[in-house]
Design a protein around this ligand. Structure first.
Ligand SMILES: Cc1cc2nc3c(=O)[nH]c(=O)nc-3n(C[C@H](O)[C@H](O)[C@H](O)COP(=O)(O)OP(=O)(O)OC[C@H]3O[C@@H](n4cnc5c(N)ncnc54)[C@H](O)[C@@H]3O)c2cc1C
Length: 563
């Protein structure tokens, strides 16, 4: 006869032992979605590497946990024993083991050819099941440097820097960073004051400080600075590229003042940096500096941000679903309780819909890179990436909080599961690369000054028109019509009022976009072995922001199917 204590611990042990061993294999939705976008041949070509990383990433959990111990966090170590400058940041060996797997997956190498964003971001998403793990932000920043070099770099710059950025050997491969924020302004980038002076040899020297510098030990830094004498505001900002080491191997005249003690993303080093004559090159034409930063660099990191949050949210779903099957309360597994099923249903529906939209955006990005996107669809992509950056992070935070509650008190315990870490990381993701308000304001400007709502709405209508005619299509298109009319009123109204109303419209548009992508993706599930038994998109949509009636949403047999 086992004691109640023993039974309780056995159930937890069974849950702990039944975590997915492969994040890709555990996810038939993702497999079905990728097979549908790429077609079977291309899917088969990539499948092996996705499955390989899915297994390798799942095996890294112990290292991620080890790296997160307070005494193993990154440390500033700028001098060697002889008082000479050295590698500025010291990381625990677990950080290097994780990096070896994530960079070794070839996710950055894939960006060397146009049309591989969906593949690269799918690999990134699998790694993000671990949380930030010290490397998500650096990988996203490196992708931004690659994209900027490809778009506006000179042939000499491309030849010099791209091979090391695309390299898969962690430690040898260069990693990138992007420093915009200063103490006086993050959202208000035009307030930036870091100065660039032209040197005698025609290169630039940077002077001043940056307040938030993630991946502070990066090899190549993209940095905004104001050329002496140029106009104020964002117009006067140039974009520069600065290597960590000069050609002679000496450090490039900047000093990390200190590392920040952060709420989340703790194993990734974010510092405050003083620049004192840092040698830099122009990245593209300097009078387009802010434009290049926004269209190439920040656009890329907003896309990556969504996949990071989604990786965390999907992991929270795995944890909560498994826990609910094993944990007993009042004589039965908690998954039998409709309230727990409702939590899991909401999480599953939100993960599926958010991911469907993110995958759609990555596929559009591929079309853009291959030169296949019309200017209208390019505009829709720009708007949807911004809307999604904000709404996706909000939903993913809600998913993880819900998952934490399914684990009850254990959900709050650091040594019990990755859940607290995932929550801390998602909160950081919500606020960098543009806060919610910044994204609402940018969208309002895009709509009112450039009429970008027109191609965006047209793109969403086109997605709706491609769906099989059913009740979901009807509901989604009705919602889109309502939002479109609210938007017109908002744009015609008073500016201060519009700045408030745009928030609900942005959220609504992002939700409809996710719903449409989910409905479209769901049409492919029955065709994919392993995904055919998943709940229908209709069922998910009825849970996704209550698109169905209350009775439909709380239908007990539906809840059970979803959970
Ligand atoms: C862990 C971490 C790492 C980071 N790493 C980097 C990095 O590597 N490089 C980098 O450049 N930056 C980095 N950042 C900075 C980040 O991008 C900024 O924090 C972010 O852009 C917001 O800027 P801020 O902090 O100055 O907030 P503020 O701009 O001061 O905003 C404060 C509040 O005011 C609101 N607000 C501002 N303007 C408006 C407006 N017009 N209308 C309505 N509300 C408004 C904001 O939404 C926010 O809620 C990092 C941040 C964190 C937390």
């Amino acid at each position: 006869m086992t004691s109640p204590v023993q039974q309780g611990r056995d159930a937890l042990r069974a849950w702990s032992a039944n975590q997915p061993e492969n994040f890709f294999a555990a996810d038939p939705y993702l497999q079905a979605a990728l097979a549908a976008v790429w077609g079977q041949d291309r899917y088969q070509e990539y499948r092996e590497e996705l499955a390989h990383l899915g297994g390798a990433a799942a095996a890294l959990e112990a290292d991620v946990r080890l790296n997160h111990r307070n005494h193993n966090l990154p440390r500033l170590d700028p001098w060697d024993g002889l008082g000479q400058p050295t590698q500025p940041i010291e990381h625990h060996p677990s950080y290097h083991r994780i990096g070896t797997v994530l960079y070794g997956s070839g996710q950055l190498r894939a960006l060397g050819e146009p049309g591989h964003w969906l593949y690269a971001l799918s690999l990134f998403y699998l790694g993000a099941h671990l949380g930030e793990a010290g490397h998500n932000c650096p990988i996203a920043c490196t992708a931004g440097v690659i994209k900027a070099l490809q778009a506006v770099g000179t042939p000499a710059q491309q030849e010099r820097w791209l091979p090391r950025l695309l390299n898969t050997e962690f430690g040898y491969a260069y990693t990138g960073a992007q420093f915009l924020t200063e103490v006086q302004g993050g959202s208000d980038v035009g307030a930036n004051g870091l100065v660039a002076r032209v040197a005698d040899d025609g290169s630039y020297r940077l002077f001043g400080e940056k307040w938030f510098c993630s991946n502070a030990g990066a090899d190549l830094i993209l940095i905004t600075a104001r050329l002496e004498g140029s106009e104020p505001g964002t117009r006067g900002l140039g974009l520069f590229l600065a290597p960590r080491l000069l050609d002679d191997g000496q450090p490039n005249h900047y000093r990390i003042r200190r590392l920040k003690d952060k709420l989340g993303t703790r194993t990734m080093a974010s510092g405050e940096i003083d620049f004192d004559g840092t040698v830099a090159e122009a990245m593209g034409t300097l009078d387009h500096g802010f434009l290049t930063a926004m269209t190439q660099v920040i656009h890329t990191s907003r896309l990556y941000n969504a996949f990071a949050c989604l990786g965390y949210a999907q992991r929270a779903l795995h944890l909560a679903q498994g826990y609910a099957r094993h944990r007993q309360a009042f004589g039965q597994p908690i998954i039998r309780y409709p309230l727990v099923q409702q939590s899991l249903a909401k999480m599953a529906a939100l993960v599926a819909s958010q991911r469907a939209l993110a995958l759609h955006l990555a596929a559009l990005q591929d079309e853009q890179e291959r030169g296949e996107l019309s200017p209208e669809r390019k505009a829709a992509l720009r708007v949807l990436v911004n809307l999604n950056k904000s709404r996706n992070a909000e939903h993913c935070r809600a998913i993880i909080t819900e998952g934490l509650s399914v684990l009850g008190g254990n959900g709050a315990i650091e040594s019990f599961s990755p859940m607290p870490r995932l929550l801390r990381d998602v909160v950081v993701c919500e606020n960098w690369e543009g806060t919610h308000n910044t994204l609402y304001a940018q969208t309002l400007r895009d709509f009112s000054a450039r009429s970008l709502h027109e191609p965006t709405l047209a793109h969403l209508r086109e997605l709706g028109a491609g769906l099989a005619p059913d009740a979901n299509r009807e509901r989604l298109t009705q919602r889109l019509d309502t939002l479109s009319s609210n938007l017109q009123d908002c744009l015609n109204g008073d500016a201060a009022r519009a700045s408030l109303e745009i928030k609900g419209i942005c959220r609504g548009l992002a939700d409809v976009a996710a719903g449409l992508c989910l409905a479209r993706e769901g049409e492919t599930w029955p065709l994919f072995p392993g995904a055919e038994n998943h709940p229908s998109p209709a069922l998910l949509l009825s849970h996704f922001l209550g698109l169905g009636s209350r009775a439909e949403i709380d239908d007990l047999s539906r809840l059970e199917a979803l959970a």
